[in-house]
Design a binder for this molecule. Sequence first.
Ligand code: ATP
Ligand code: MG
Length: 458
Amino acid sequence: MAEITEIPTGIHHFERIGAHTHIRGLGLDDNLKAVKIKDGMVGQEKAREAAGLVVQMIREGKLSGKTVILAGPPGTGKTAIAIAISKELGPNVPFIQMSGSEIYSSERKKTEILIEAMRKCIGVEIHEMRKVYEGEVTHLEMRTAPHPYNPYQRVPESVRLTLKTAKQEKTIEAGASIAQQIISQGITEGCVIQIDAETGRVVNLGLSMESEKGKLYELDTREKIPRPPGDVLKEKEFVYTLTLDDLDKIQARNRLGGGFFSLLFGSGETKEISSEVRASVDEMVKKMVDEGKAFIHPGVLFIDDSHLLDLEAFSFLGRALESELVPIIILATNRGITTIRGTDIKSPMGFPLDLLDRAVIIATHKYDADSVREILKIRAGEEKIDVSSDALERLTEIGINSSLRYAVQLLSLSAQNAKYVKRKNITIEDIERVKSLFMDVSQAIEHLRKYEMEMLNY
Ligand SMILES: Nc1ncnc2c1ncn2[C@@H]1O[C@H](COP(=O)(O)OP(=O)(O)OP(=O)(O)O)[C@@H](O)[C@H]1O
Ligand SMILES: [Mg+2]
């Protein structure tokens, strides 16, 4: 017997814990009311309920081209709420997360980066009816002919196939290109295949369960599928979901490629897609939507730290929001009244007033002790850390007086400390020790002030 050993699952599983891995959703009940602690979310009820309404409207397609701003002090859960929104929307709604700083690239224009991000957020579900021959191969006869330049070698010339479905059996004859695809894909009797009637593309779907091989070879790795129902030649609907950006790239490649020199020297990477390509994709998509062949799924573009965008970017976003194929834009910022980047104009959050006017704003607030304690408990669970109750109280106090993030950092550092003194759970001593080793922001400022004269300040 062959030597086969089974590897138990779970070994070598590298677990990564990010800042927001504990967030699983917005934690709302059926009436969209926030449950104090649910889905990894704690407190911040109003912002979560507002986000719940936003999710509902996105699902119903009522919010495209709108802007939602998450505003509040640092560490109050703006990024966490945006991530919860993406979790609520599920994997089928495109959700792209970027930081305001990503628009500054030396290779590409700012507007190009924004437009690409926006187009990645719009899903296009394309339905296509195609005529296909489909069935289990019950008989396969390859005809070969001598190679035109090398008569000792034989090449496939045509193929005769009998395809069987649950209802029908049909024999077809096809030319060299289909014969070659059949050979290269290792298609034999017993396989279920699909041949596009127009283009002749062959797809091997798997091994038929009803075939002799399907019944016999237990250890065959090929997927086993039932014999297809219906006629051998049928019209079948194919559904693909792509984004506008995927379609742009395909279109750009089609325009570039094909030339003789591109074969020899490659087609060269395009850093930017021209506006004509995008316009032609939009035309094509709109036509397909009108014909009922495509459906648009607007997704979400989340720009974190969006005070880093400048006036140019804001004006571009504002204009883009008025076009037809746009996603929902969520911006997050922790800035108060400050200058709009690229100008010396002061404005709330550093956003232009006309953008603020068009947006709905969700506020996040500082946490009370109860919420800080619960968030710390969730983080401890997530990082598999045991915390004694007085240590948790101390961390909560630190969370309130310094910041939630600082308390979360101390939690991980204390766990490391406890590990080295071979203790299972974190005690107040671990916290005091790491607290004496690392500074919080206010201590850091004080420290810098103290050595103001000695530090290099240029
Ligand atoms: N309501 C909450 N429930 C659970 N965890 C939270 C909540 N709010 C924040 N957190 C967690 O606290 C940490 C800080 O929050 P987050 O990064 O979302 O803050 P922020 O508002 O985006 O801050 P900044 O303005 O600095 O970007 C993260 O680890 C986040 O997952
Ligand atoms: Mg953030």
